[in-house]
Ligand binder design. Structure first.
Ligand code: PEP
Length: 245
């Protein structure tokens, strides 16, 4: 299974900037063995999907509602993301858990809705700085996995320690090794043999300078990249450090 390098563009870019970024990534993506994904705002999905047509770069959403449609002002349903060209969706990102009070239960409902709409979900988990300082990191991530993943689960997990997101602080290789092997054990406990092949991404201040060592760790199936994904050359350099199938 190739590693997945996913860019989370968050609430960045106007339309022309998003299209230009997508075009620059597509132009440099030839020959990269990893799977590539970019997740612009929902507003830019159609234009970005159009710009990436014929390239190896897929497009994803950053969130979806748990209902297929209905009276939910300002929300976006999973079938709408699919209709706009998305094939993936990030769910339960810590910024959504923080800004919108998303619970594990809600993330699980959204994950079911995403799969039903034909999207592959990337479900994010990760502990806060206080939880790590209190030695609770595996307990917290274990609860998030148990609460956020439906059975069966046909998606990807992203381990994103909250203290490493957008801070320039990256988890050490030891942190990543311990947590990713814990997540693998939990996935096997929850899903049996199927848990062996679920890819586990690392996210948190990944950049070209640290990508190769992080991506070489066991049980790291790729990276979820925030800030560095807004620069095409930096994102492509991370992708070149990743492994193919
Ligand atoms: C993210 O928000 O998913 C992320 C990993 O951000 P950054 O790479 O900027 O830390």
């Amino acid at each position: 299974m190739p590693q997945l390098i996913a860019g989370n563009w968050k609430m960045h870019c106007l339309t022309a900037e998003a299209v230009a970024l997508a075009q620059a990534i597509a132009a440099g993506a030839q020959g990269i063995a990893a799977e590539l994904l970019v997740c612009p705002t929902a507003l830019h999905l159609t234009a970005v999907a159009q710009a990436l047509k014929g390239s190896i770069v897929a497009v994803g959403g950053q969130d979806c509602h748990q209902a297929k449609q209905g009276p939910h002002t300002g929300d976006i349903a999973a079938p709408m993301l699919r209709d706009a060209g998305a094939t993936w969706v990030i769910l339960g990102h810590s910024e959504r858990r923080r800004d919108h009070g998303e619970t594990d239960e809600l993330v699980r409902e959204k994950t079911l809705a995403a799969v039903e709409a034909g999207l592959t979900p990337i479900v994010c988990v990760g502990e806060s700085a206080d939880q790590r300082a209190g030695g609770q990191e595996t307990e917290v991530v274990g609860w998030q996995l148990a609460g956020s993943l439906p059975k069966p689960f046909t998606g990807i997990v992203a381990y994103e320690p909250v203290w490493a997101i957008g801070t320039g602080k990256t988890a050490t290789e030891e942190d990543v090794e311990i947590m990713h092997s814990f997540i693998r054990e939990e996935l096997v406990r929850q899903f049996g043999d199927a848990g062996q092949t679920i890819r586990i991404l690392y996210g948190g201040s990944v950049k070209a300078a640290n990508a190769a060592s992080l991506l070489a760790m066991p049980n790291v199936g790729g990276a979820l990249v925030g800030g560095a994904s807004l620069n095409a050359q930096e994102f492509l350099a991370i992708a070149r450090a990743a492994q193919g199938g």
